[in-house]
Each structure stands twice: as structure tokens, then as C-alpha cells.
Write a protein that binds this ligand. Structure first.
Ligand code: TYD
Length: 131
């Protein structure tokens, strides 16, 4: 499965904690876009799509949520609940996000600019694209 959990190095002292994200160092691609998701509600689901040509790293900056990843063969559930853990998702992975805690904030680093044309938003089309 084309995903990875990345444990970020934390610079912590008595003042608090700091994590630094750098392209091609602890982030395995050039970061072209950052977006974030906030004001989340527990009953809502997001995602339900795959990307033909996009790599992403998602960090729960606050709160928690569940990711369900699917490569067309198997599914994997991952809880994101720490600001020092990143979930890397590569190409051709169907993802759904649910069980958002109230006010969960997700930051997403992306390897490409936004391009609706490279989304696959239909699950059957996703399965066909893998053949
Ligand atoms: P959507 O893909 O539904 O979000 P999620 O992956 O969380 O389910 O995106 C919501 C809206 O935001 C949709 O109209 C597309 C738009 N959007 C952008 O314009 N730029 C972006 O970088 C992203 C990620 C989404």
C-alpha cells in the first residue's frame, strides 16, 4: 500500500514544542501547495477520492480523525491524532476521512497544485484505473 507514517522530529523544551517540515528532507517531495481543513463535524465524511498524480502528507494539528485507505485490494484504517505524526499518501490510493473530533484541524502538504482533472471521484472508475 502506498502510504507511510512519518514520525516528525520534535524540538521541545520548557517553552513548548516545534516541528519543522522541509521539502526533500523530512518531506519526500517538493511542497507546491498547503491546504487545511477546519470546523470539522463528527458526522461528516470527506475524501472519497483518489489522485492519479499527487502525493500528500496530512497532519492532525489539533484533534483527531480516522483515515480509511484503500489500494483496490485491501483497506487500512489509520487514526491521526498527533501534530508530530504525518500520514504520507502516494498516488492511486482511495481515501475517506471520518470520525472527526469537533474542531479537528488537518494540515495537508501536497506535491502539486490543485487540479480537479487529476482526481478520481468515482470508486468504480478508481478500480478500473488500477488495471
Ligand atoms: P474536496 O476535494 O471535496 O475536499 P476533501 O478532500 O476534504 O473531501 O474539496 C472541497 C472543495 O475545495 C472543492 O470544491 C474543491 C476545492 N479545493 C480547491 O479549490 N483547492 C484545493 O487545493 C483543494 C484541496 C480543494
Amino acid at each position: 500500500m502506498n502510504y507511510k507514517i512519518i514520525n516528525m522530529k520534535v524540538f521541545g523544551d520548557e517553552r513548548g514544542k516545534l516541528v519543522s517540515l522541509e521539502s526533500k528532507k523530512n518531506i519526500p517531495f517538493d511542497i507546491k501547495r498547503v491546504y487545511y481543513i477546519f470546523d470539522t463535524l463528527p458526522q461528516e465524511e470527506r475524501g472519497k477520492h483518489a489522485h492519479k498524480n499527487l502525493e500528500q502528507i496530512i497532519v492532525a494539528m489539533d484533534g483527531s480523525c480516522k483515515f480509511v485507505l484503500d489500494d483496490g485490494k485491501e483497506k487500512k484504517e489509520i487514526w491521526l491524532n498527533r501534530p508530530d505524526v504525518g500520514l504520507y499518501i502516494g498516488k492511486n490510493m482511495w481515501r475517506e476521512m471520518n470520525h472527526f473530533s469537533y474542531g479537528c484541524k488537518l494540515m495537508v502538504l501536497a506535491s502539486e497544485y490543485y487540479d480537479e482533472k487529476e482526481y478520481i471521484r468515482n470508486y468504480d472508475e478508481f478500480l478500473r484505473s488500477l488495471k
